[in-house]
Design a binder for this molecule. Structure first.
Ligand code: CDP
Length: 203
């Protein structure tokens, strides 16, 4: 069975949790594509050229402990605007999307560029303020020393860069189901996503 669930949306909208839970519920593989860009960003911050870093990416890069930092997130968003970097990461993501047994991929361009024929597309959003609150808790829980204003500014600047780039900008696919999680608990958002995927699986 080849079955692809594409989950896109802005920074800290809850894509990660929703994707993990949907994958677990249906026994699908999960790829957090943001990690690819974060890993390239981290290597570039250490002095490597962006395209070299993208081509040289190995599994160990995705297991680095520093990928969740705000500095790496910003570096990711900068390298993600380089068309050659994105191109170098396409084949791996497309192969993952169509692996036997099915897959969930979350990112910014999964429903539009990586897997435009995905069986289910979700575009997950929430207000800037709510996303900043959620990300602040997450970062503080992981031991990062930061504050609300810094986190809000970080996600806003990344969203602006991600939405305005020429190649694969962050945008909801025309056939994506919009999931605004501003007034939902994470459990409610997961339940909605599971229901949508279940509907598509029964089709
Ligand atoms: O977790 P969060 O939503 O904050 O970010 P992420 O999904 O880990 O993505 C980090 C950055 O990678 C984003 O700000 C984008 O610039 C880039 N990205 C992308 O361009 N395309 C993707 N499919 C996934 C991430």
């Amino acid at each position: 069975m080849s079955f692809c669930v594409a989950i896109d949306g802005p920074a800290a909208a809850g894509k990660g949790t929703i994707s993990r839970e949907v994958a677990r519920h249906f026994g699908l593989a999960h790829l957090d594509t943001g990690l690819l860009y974060r890993a390239v960003g981290a290597r570039v911050a250490e002095g490597e050229a962006p395209l070299d870093a993208a081509k040289a990416l190995v599994a160990d890069d995705l297991a680095r402990g520093d990928l969740r930092s705000a500095a790496v997130a910003q570096a990711a968003s900068r390298v993600a605007a380089i068309p050659e970097v994105r191109a170098a990461l396409v084949d791996f993501q497309r192969a993952f999307a169509r692996r036997a047994g099915g897959a969930v991929l979350d990112g910014r361009d999964i429903g539009t560029v990586i897997c435009p024929d995905a069986e289910v597309k979700l575009y997950v959003t929430a207000s800037d303020e709510i996303r900043a609150e959620r990300r602040l808790k997450e970062l503080q829980g992981s031991g990062f020393d930061t504050d609300y204003a810094t986190v809000l500014a970080d996600i806003r600047s990344r969203d602006a860069r991600d939405a305005s780039r020429v190649d694969a900008p962050m945008v909801a696919a025309a056939d994506a189901i919009l999931l605004d999680t501003s007034r939902m608990t994470i459990a409610e958002a997961v339940a909605r996503a599971v229901a949508e995927v279940g509907r598509a699986l029964r089709r």
